[in-house]
Design a protein around this ligand. Structure first.
Ligand SMILES: Cc1cc2nc3c(=O)[nH]c(=O)nc-3n(C[C@H](O)[C@H](O)[C@H](O)COP(=O)(O)OP(=O)(O)OC[C@H]3O[C@@H](n4cnc5c(N)ncnc54)[C@H](O)[C@@H]3O)c2cc1C
Length: 433
């Protein structure tokens, strides 16, 4: 008898955990992702601020699953699902909307950034969700210092060296802290005409405090730490406008050439593909076995789903995605092998952390709350543990140690081929003209 086919869409935290839980299962597993790599999103801000290189937080999915003989990895973009015919539609560089049949389907397609209906902001304030986003942000940040050094009119330096981060959740706070450290340490002695330490880092949020999901006490500790690092924290006002000249917050314009969006997220369109009930944000409402109502063969997990536990929706974090992935894999495995099925899914919250500059983090786990160096060491070890391979763990550990001791960063290159080409064409054109 032919083995059942399990299609997993997405090789992020949820999809990868699901495929690993199906290791050695008597099934044909196909994992499809539109990129060729698994990405450790919690460290994207370190690529954006030059601490780490892209290859230290991303790793080819097929290399991670190389020893899992029952699993085939395909690169392609899933564009739809036909629930009745039990097939998905996949496009790649060569072919469009190819139907691929499944017996079980796990949708783990994550989320993207949301501009809360103001999509026109995207042009001026890139978000951070992919390696390309993080490298684009790094290019923008480093380019701002290059432009300021070349600019002979000192009155323009302030605009060029003002960095505005919109959104004071964990990503905004971590990014603001890392930027403040970058300008005060690594870049300090590298410029002649400008003082990088004079750069302004402004963190804005419409909420009343930074790190909303943390306790008030830890949120206050993180804010204090940011201010000690020189970050201007502006709370309680929404961003009214973002354009080429900066942002308008609470009626006041902050002139800036580098605005970074670290606010809301929007789920992938899995809910639209399936035509099932979603919450207001568009996340698929799933049952307590992580399937969608009426379709025990379709699982939706991770950031693209909403699961209510004890009357509250679970947060869109890596731990939820991994635990759901593991559960979905185990449940399918028990079904196809006829073994006892696991009890309904229940999330076990191990706690949450955010780092604020060098040697300082906040940590909240049950009744335990701490901030400072010890929390930062725990943060570092937990993050190392969850990187995809032992090679990445070693590489990141060595880089962090080097950066901690010397202030030197892993990747300070501006790699933007299109800009260089258009610049040289423009310069060449101007010279010829
Ligand atoms: C900047 C940033 C910082 C974060 N920091 C933290 C943190 O400190 N701690 C924490 O716990 N969480 C953090 N998170 C959240 C955490 O990363 C997510 O909750 C987690 O990645 C969700 O896992 P997932 O598998 O659902 O989605 P993802 O990890 O996003 O994976 C989704 C995968 O699906 C693929 N995909 C999407 N659409 C398609 C399609 N149509 N066809 C094919 N493939 C597709 C994508 O390429 C991707 O590989 C952070 C997120 C970001 C963006």
């Amino acid at each position: 008898m032919a083995q059942p086919r399990i299609i997993i869409v997405g090789g992020g935290f949820a999809g990868l955990a699901a495929s690993k839980a199906l290791k050695n299962a008597p099934a044909e597993i196909i994992l499809i992702d539109r990129t060729n790599h698994h990405l450790f999103q919690p460290l994207l801000y370190q690529v954006a601020t030059s601490v780490l290189g892209a290859n230290q937080i991303g790793f080819p999915i097929r290399a991670i699953l190389a020893k899992q003989k029952n699993t085939t990895v395909l690169q392609g973009e899933v564009t739809g699902v036909d629930k009745n015919k039990k097939c998905i539609f996949v496009s790649d560089a060569d072919r469009l909307e190819i139907p691929v049949p499944y017996d079980y389907l796990i949708l783990a397609t994550g989320a993207t950034h949301s501009y809360f209906g103001r999509n026109e902001f995207a042009k001026f304030a890139p978000g951070m969700k992919s390696l390309a986003d993080a490298e684009e942000t790094r290019n923008k940040v480093l380019q701002a210092f290059e432009l300021a050094e070349a600019e002979e009119d000192p009155s323009r330096h302030r605009d060029l060296l003002t960095f505005v981060l919109v959104g004071a959740g964990p990503t905004g706070v971590e990014m603001a802290g890392a930027l403040a450290v970058l300008v005060k340490t690594t870049l300090k002695s590298n410029f002649r005409r400008i003082d990088p330490a004079s750069a302004r880092v402004v963190l804005v949020d419409m909420g009343p405090r930074v790190l909303g999901p943390f306790s008030e006490h830890l949120s206050q500790a993180a804010k204090q730490r940011l201010e000690d690092l020189g970050v201007e924290v502006r709370l309680g006002h929404a961003v009214d406008q973002i354009d080429a000249d900066g942002v308008v917050v609470g009626g006041e314009r902050i002139a800036s050439k580098t605005v970074i969006w670290t606010a809301g997220v929007a789920p992938s369109p899995a809910g639209k593909w399936l035509k099932v009930e979603t919450d207001r944000a568009g996340r698929v409402r799933i049952q307590n076995d992580l399937t969608v109502p009426g379709h025990p063969e379709i699982f939706v997990i991770g950031d693209t789903a909403v699961f209510e536990q004890d009357g509250k929706p679970l947060a869109g974090v890596a731990q939820v995605a991994m635990q759901q992935g593991r559960y979905a894999g185990q449940l399918i495995r028990s079904r196809i092998t006829g073994r006892k099925q696991p009890a309904p899914f229940r999330y076990f919250d191990k706690g949450t952390m955010a780092v604020v500059g060098k040697g300082f983090a906040v940590l909240q786990s049950g009744k335990v709350q701490m901030s400072g160096l010890v929390a930062w060491i725990i943060w570092a070890f937990v993050h190392l543990q969850f990187l995809a391979t032992s090679g990445l763990r070693l590489s990141v550990f060595l880089q962090w140690t080097w950066t901690y001791l010397t202030g030197q960063r892993g990747s300070r290159l501006i790699v933007n081929h299109h800009t260089s080409e258009s610049l040289s064409t423009a310069v060449g054109g101007a010279a010829r003209g």
